[in-house]
Write a protein that binds this ligand. Structure first.
Ligand code: ADP
Ligand code: ASP
Ligand code: MG
Length: 411
């Protein structure tokens, strides 16, 4: 029996009617003879509400307790979903992450999946049951509940698809596919039929919140096709798959905007071997994820070093930077919180020139000042003032014609 994993995000299970609608879709798939495993998120904005509840009692809650609390949102959805299916005459069973041994490391609030016990799910599917799994959560080796980071239900879904040998993972959400940019930030963005894992991974890591980045890594590694679709309409959606030949010669496929970031700079660090290693070892120990590292030699004695982090890691990163300051003989530390990053992404960049020129030209024309620039083979990112970020995204989208279907672009 072919197995498909269907993931329903928060807005798609926000109330009883929406759960019923999702359940009807599951039943349609079951009727086609497929085994269905559902992964569900917390209803509506429930995770945000739980975070607010926690912060009201403690501005710096222990991360273990945070996971214990946040995981309850998903646990409610899965049992309600199973009840809805029973009410419609179908046998279903719900599981928490712990119950299917979704084993993770112990990094609370951003844990990584290590292994999944697919046997329990296979047995239920063999018994003709629909299996509903709570997204976003797992357990560590000491039975502590962990969560995978905000938006992590996507990762549960694709990891489960991989573990179960499913070729397809459907992500049902409140948009009808992946757009050239977040349609909430750039209204004229257009939907893509397909996007490669590499491009989607870059876009997701650079702020396209429609998919959790780890989900794309699992999809690529285990060859699971991911279909992003609307939970309220019956449209085709977008397929995330291996790279397809660049038929239309598209250079830039999409653009992103990432807020909630901070930049930390260490000014005047001793320019000697081993100092960068010391600084980043310290940050790694504090479990801070670091991006866009820039080191510049300012003289034979001194160097400047800066990097970007998620704002949620700011306290930990500042503390780590302060601790290492004297050891690397750093003259001063600066922190910028009013910063955002605008990026363009496209595998076509590998073989085309002129992308940087076009991007910087568009930003100059829009009078956006660039704080720093970082690149990879398939992306260019510019850090800009947060209050200029939307304007910057629009300018870049227009320059690369991301408001037109791929075949109609001249880029
Ligand atoms: P869910 O609760 O279903 O997981 P999310 O809110 O996590 O839904 O993701 C869907 C949202 O992602 C959309 O409403 C959209 O605003 C946002 N988004 C960001 N970038 C993109 C993009 N490139 N294409 C489509 N949606 C995007
Ligand atoms: N409920 C979690 C969140 O809001 C996980 C998810 O929705 O993917 O981040
Ligand atoms: Mg999501």
């Amino acid at each position: 029996m072919a197995i498909v994993v269907q993931k329903y995000g928060g807005t798609s299970v926000a109330d009883a009617e929406k759960i019923r609608r999702a359940a009807r879709r599951v039943i349609e798939t079951v009727k086609k003879g497929q085994g269905v495993v559902v992964v569900a998120s917390a209803r509506g904005k429930q995770t945000d509400q739980l975070v607010a509840d926690a912060l009201e009692l403690n501005p710096n809650p222990p991360k273990r307790e945070m996971d214990q609390l946040l995981s309850t949102g998903e646990q409610q959805t899965v049992s309600l979903f199973a009840m809805a299916l029973h009410g419609m005459g179908y046998d279903a069973i719900s599981f928490t992450g712990g119950q299917i041994r979704m084993l993770t490391d112990s990094v609370h609030t951003k844990a990584r999946i290590k292994s999944i016990d697919a046997d329990r799910i296979h047995r239920q599917l063999d018994d003709k049951k629909i299996v509903i799994v709570a997204g976003f959560q797992g357990v560590d080796e000491h039975e502590n509940i962990t969560t995978l980071g905000r938006g992590g239900s996507d990762t549960t879904a694709v990891a489960l698809a991989a573990a179960l040998g499913a070729r397809l993972c459907e992500i049902y959400t409140d948009v009808d596919g992946i757009y050239t940019a977040d349609p909430r930030a750039f209204e004229r963005a257009v939907k893509m039929d397909r996007i490669s894992y590499d491009e989607m991974l870059e876009m997701a890591s650079l702020g396209a919140g429609v998919m959790h980045p780890r989900a794309i890594e699992f999809g690529k590694k285990y060859d699971v096709t991911i279909a992003v679709r609307s939970s309220s309409q019956d449209t085709e959606g977008t397929l995330i798959t291996h790279e397809v030949p660049q038929m239309e010669g598209v250079v830039v496929s999409g653009a992103t905007i990432q807020r909630d970031m901070a930049k930390i700079g260490l000014v005047g660090v001793d320019n000697i071997p081993g100092n960068a290693a010391k600084i980043f070892a310290h940050l790694a120990k504090a479990k801070v994820v670091v991006n866009d590292i820039i080191q510049t030699e300012i003289s034979s004695e001194k160097a400047n070093l800066s990097f970007m982090i998620a704002i949620s890691d700011l306290d930990a990163a500042k503390e780590a930077a302060e601790q290492i300051k004297s050891e690397v003989n750093c003259q001063s530390i600066f922190v910028r919180e009013d910063i955002a990053e605008v990026s363009v992404v496209g595998v076509g960049m590998r073989s085309h020139y002129g992308v940087a020129e076009k991007m910087f030209g568009a930003l100059a024309e829009a009078k956006v000042n660039i704080d720093s620039i970082t690149t990879s083979e398939i992306r260019i990112s510019c850090a800009v003032d947060e209050d200029q970020a939307k304007r910057a995204l629009e300018a870049v989208c227009v320059a690369f014609e991301l408001d037109k279907p791929a075949k109609m672009r001249e880029q």
